[in-house]
Design a protein around this ligand. Sequence first.
Ligand SMILES: Cc1cc2nc3c(=O)[nH]c(=O)nc-3n(C[C@H](O)[C@H](O)[C@H](O)COP(=O)(O)OP(=O)(O)OC[C@H]3O[C@@H](n4cnc5c(N)ncnc54)[C@H](O)[C@@H]3O)c2cc1C
Ligand code: SF4
Length: 840
Amino acid sequence: MKKIIVIGNGMVGYKFCEKLVAKAVKGSYHMTVFGEESRPAYDRVHLTSYINGTSAAELTLASEAWYESHGIDLHLGDPARKIDRTAKTVVTEKGLELTYDILVMATGSAAMVPPIHGVEKTGVFVYRTIDDLDKIVGYAAGVKKAAVLGGGLLGLEAAKAMVDIGIEKTYVIEFAPKLMPRQLDDTGGAVLRSKLSALGLRVHTRKHTYQVLGKDRITGIQFVDESELSVDMLVISTGINARDELARDAGLPTGTRGGIVVDDTMRTEDPAIYAIGECAAHGGMIYGLVAPGYDMAEVAVTHIIMHHLDGEKKQRLFTGFDMSTKLKLIGVDVASFGDPFLTADKAQHVIYEDKVNGIYKRLNISLDGKYLLGGVMVGEASQYNNLLQYYKNNMLLPNALESLVFSEQKGDKPAGMGLEGLPDGALICSCEGVTKADICQAVNDGHESVDEIKKCTKAGTGCGGCVPMLKDLAAITLKAQGKAIHMEICEHFTYTRQQLYDLIKLEHLRAYDEVLEKHGKGDGCEVCKPVVSSLIASISNEMILRQNNDTAQDSNDRFLANIQKGGSYSVVPRIPGGEITPDKLLTIGTVAKKYNLYTKITGGQRIDMFGAHLSDLPLIWKELIDAGFESGHAYGKSLRTVKSCVGSTWCRFGLHDSVSFAIKIENRYKGLRTPHKIKSAVSGCIRECAEAQSKDFGIIATEKGWNLYVCGNGGSKPQHALLLAQDLDSDTCIRYIDRFLMYYIKTADPLTRTATWLNKLEGGIDYLRKVVVEDCLGKGLEWEAEMQAILEHYECEWKAAIEDPVIRKRFSHFVNAPEERDPTIEFVAMRDQKRVAEWQ
Ligand SMILES: Cc1cc2nc3c(=O)[nH]c(=O)nc-3n(C[C@H](O)[C@H](O)[C@H](O)COP(=O)(O)OP(=O)(O)OC[C@H]3O[C@@H](n4cnc5c(N)ncnc54)[C@H](O)[C@@H]3O)c2cc1C
Ligand code: SF4
């Protein structure tokens, strides 16, 4: 029996144990594991979720009982301190001395702390372990301003944690001229910066930190250019240093940039010692992601079995690893794959930039236009998995290159697009090395749900990025077998969206946790949380802040206002149909003047007021509500405006009173929460001055009544609305809108506009017409009644907020001085009004 010692019980150390247990013959080895941390290996990738309530136990990859059940001796809180390669022994801090036949180094890395004066001061932390987080949370209690040093992947994770902890002001300090310099090009970095800034992060680039200020405790930081920033806490996240000290002391070669040098089999210079994960340097490279670490664990296991143990003899080699990544940083999608930086002499570029919505995509295409070589996506990355497959499998690109950039085009998908077009060997789960063929085989073997596929193949259990592809592959494979397709939301809920809607409604469930406890399992995920929250919001029509449903929804919901560039807020009162009295106009003018707000008339025919301080919001609302205004829900995924032309009351072409109908409709659906924002318009004749055919639902007067159009939108991918029904009387028109909206609410994924939803709907507009007009599902009356019940619960959220002292407390910048404004928000004059000052 061979004695194997594993030093390090992090993600990769654990993966090694799991793979060895699965592949080697029991009894051919005995394994001992030494871990420096006091808890068994946990999911470091999702460390930040610990701040949001995920417990240490929930993050644990396998319990101590698991190690015991597989005969593994696990020593936690007892780091190895010395390796004697001649005697083949390991000595630990607690004085244990054990011999080995095979030694596996999986010591990972430590947060790199740059040589800044004063980093030892109280209030300076690193961000790597659960213990680090405990310390940060403990210290953060009185902290108002925190800085994160490092604007890379880990720094932005840490910044997210600061936001989640509830620190009022978080600064990100980056030495490079842009954020995520290793993954993003200049424009991508700039777009990410402006998106994160809009969410309240203060980003400083090109800043070289010189020293930490304060006596014993941090009071600020000073930069090399002598400027200073006053902060109460600093989290350092500037990179990693491989933990190679033990190996170095034992005389093993390390790389020039650190890391224990290994060959393609993960062996070090010493044939009895392997190194895997972030402590290993392969080809001069240290891989700071978990997927390559897992691959290294697999390679080491196959080599150890091949040369030392009984088990399946199958050698794999590690020949490098693709570092493509897709992340959600504080709600912003960011992806980078292949070589994102290729210049014009090496690649042609397809670039899409939407400055309004903060979306940037750059694809680097081979000079012959045939292959994808790399790319960057910020703000929207739903095409990432597809693009990654094109890149990794060297697949021929379609002629219509724009289809690679726009996620849901109408019409046919380009050739080779979609999972059907992928070769069997295409790697779907990079973390666990699972191919398309493996997944299809698992489905063919009867593992039909995502949960079962995950258990059977391990795909989707690493970073989780491939889970949507698992769902689609299962559907494709089942369809090919002629079987029904499971439409479950995710592994935590074995219900379809419609079934869950009915359960929430019937049982009057009001919070995500309640729904999870009664009908779900596990801890939930990024797929089911927004689905459930959106369903609750739609069904109950309850003030969003009461059951804390805002947290799983949009960040703007938290303050019932859109957070603007610079950290101020906008105030948008409802102006139904765009009709407003002179008195109300005067009120808006008075309020805007009093609180020094910038005013602008919008395309939706209302008046936005920008530049409000958080603490002023309740005061502003109070004045507006007293004058008869209501919330315009400009911050919510709900009905925004119903625009109208002047119609028959003033226009000589007008066939009907479009203004009155628009007001009626806006007042009917105001406050209704939907999967995405909803816009509408009513035109008094076919001249279409209100642009109703560009709305989610639009109405145009005809000689005989109203024509109803649905599923149009403007924005980055404009789509014309399609005619659903003609010449309707007003009541029928409203009944059809009820049915249309209920069907949309019940079946659309969160953040899916009606146009996208229709594009995905099998049968398209013809089927939608059958559902809504012909009532082929027999649900029409039920949906109308449901809509009526929901609408009867309407209340103005602003009014509810200012009348509830607990909710009102949220609207203060400083907890101890509620009236005090955020002193860092600066404005400058512009055209007799103000605009936000550029941030330094
Ligand atoms: C906040 C955060 C977010 C991340 N997000 C992502 C992501 O989105 N995607 C991604 O792919 N990767 C991500 N990573 C990186 C990922 O977590 C690492 O790649 C992975 O954890 C590396 O695993 P490892 O086992 O090599 O090292 P580690 O997880 O660092 O484990 C090494 C373990 O060995 C222990 N050890 C060290 N020396 C000794 C000794 N002498 N004796 C005993 N034990 C010792 C250490 O204490 C540690 O517990 C993230 C990391 C962090 C910190
Ligand atoms: S749409 Fe017709 S009714 Fe309305 S303003 Fe234009 S021309 Fe007049």
